[in-house]
Design a protein around this ligand. Structure first.
Ligand SMILES: *Cc1c(COP(=O)(O)O)cnc(C)c1O
Length: 408
């Protein structure tokens, strides 16, 4: 037997079934159409942002990094909850435009921005987080040609990183940001060229569950921003402090203590150096905001035994849930939180392997999991599916097509 990850708090049983947003899994599956489907809970999105706001200093803006989940109804809903949005492509910027989100609330980071992407972002008035000197010069030239003042910030590649983070995106040689010692000269250059100076972006990593690591990193980020502002020689209008708040996916993971992070940040904010006293401060989060609010529902199509092991074969799989299959940035495969949605309050009684319908042995949703008995027709729920699910999985692989999505 192998343990399953912890089911996020807030899911309950209704008539023996998993309920999401107060509605039974089978009803949601009927409404959305054929399985598999992703269900995102409005109530959980709302309470997650509310809890975060309650824990963080009021001065701290909260941005949503939409690559975690760019489903249009989710974006629309988040627009009423968060302060800003972070995108990583012109395609993502267009998605925000389609649901009527003001580009002035958006910043655009990411390496390899094409000229057409810079052009659409500059003409829309979104802030560009510059990733290199070359990109800065292209952005300035494009703005001049368009006859507009571009809003430019610099993404810093700091010399430190977020300890214990799942995916390191700062420190050492990186394709992200500009090495910290080269930032002041570039900032002075873009200010002298007449750009609207929008400050610094310092993102150091992802998926951290250790509050102490985040506290330490945030202190380092504030100190670095202060030092760079001094070297640049102007006030810093804005500092995007990055994010990295993680969620528990695996057995033994414990939730991040946001109370501790918020308290430490409030102390820092109370004693900010002069140069940061008027700076607009924000964090940018993806999975922390949306990850636990999403559930992937897939139906058992077949049940079979091979060499003494039972397999539940579902109509879903890694083409929608690459991360749960263990093939998205994981070294050792471990089970995500998973349940039989149609027998949510039943006691576990058998060890099974839950797999997808793709013709590859990589397509596994749970290995040797101890679960209630499930038959053909039952629904399986994979939790923590609200982030890096639908759009971070190879939906075209093997031709089954994308999963439906629904905001409940
Ligand atoms: C991916 C990304 C995020 C979001 O990361 P999460 O782990 O989902 O919070 C935030 N900022 C930047 C720059 C990113 O690339």
């Amino acid at each position: 037997m192998k343990p399953l990850g912890p089911i996020p708090a807030g899911f309950t049983a209704l008539d023996g079934e998993l309920a999401i947003g107060g509605r039974k899994a089978t009803d949601l599956a009927v409404e959305a159409g054929p399985t598999p489907l992703f269900v995102y809970s409005r109530a959980m999105l709302r309470s997650r942002v509310a809890a975060l706001r309650a824990a963080m200093p009021a001065r701290l803006g909260i941005n949503y990094a939409i690559k975690a989940n760019p489903y249009a109804p989710v974006l629309e809903f988040m627009a009423g909850l968060v302060d800003g949005f972070d995108v990583a492509s012109a395609g993502e910027l267009a998605k925000l435009g389609e649901v009527g989100i003001d580009p002035a609330r958006v910043s655009f980071a990411g390496p390899g921005k094409r000229d057409e992407e810079l052009e659409s972002a500059i003409s829309a008035g979104c802030t560009i987080n510059l990733e290199s000197e070359g990109e800065a010069r292209r952005a300035l030239a494009i703005a001049e040609r368009l006859g507009v003042q571009p809003r430019l910030a610099i993404r810093v590649n700091p010399s430190f990183e977020l300890r214990g983070s799942g995916m390191k995106m700062g420190g050492g040689a990186k394709q992200f940001g500009i090495d910290e010692e080269r930032v002041p000269a570039l900032a002075r250059e873009i200010i002298a060229a007449g750009a609207e100076w929008r400050g610094l972006h310092i993102f150091t990593g992802s998926q951290a569950l250790d509050a102490e690591a985040i506290i330490e990193t945030q202190a380092n980020v504030l100190a670095l921003a202060d030092r760079l502002a001094g070297e640049i020689g102007t006030i810093l209008p804005k500092l995007n402090m990055g994010g990295g708040f993680g969620i528990p996916y695996f057995n033994g993971d414990t939730p991040l203590d946001i109370g501790a992070v918020g308290a430490a940040l409030a102390e820092r904010f109370a004693g900010l150096p002069e140069r940061l006293s008027a700076t607009e401060l924000c964090i940018e989060l993806g999975r922390y905001l949306v990850g636990e609010a999403g559930v992937y529902l897939t139906r058992v199509i077949d049940r079979k035994v091979s060499h003494g092991q039972t397999f539940l074969i579902t109509d879903g799989g890694l083409h929608h849930q690459l991360a749960a299959s263990g093939n998205f940035g994981t070294v050792v495969r471990r089970n995500y939180p998973l349940a039989i949605a149609t027998r949510f309050d039943a006691a576990p009684e058998e060890e099974v392997n839950v797999v997808g319908c793709l013709c590859t042995p990589l397509d596994r949703l749970a290995d040797q999991a101890y679960l209630p008995h499930a038959d053909v027709g039952d629904l399986v729920a994979v939790f923590c599916a609200g982030a890096y699910g639908a759009t971070a999985s190879p939906a075209e692989f093997l031709g089954h097509g994308p999963a439906r999505q629904i905001l409940a």
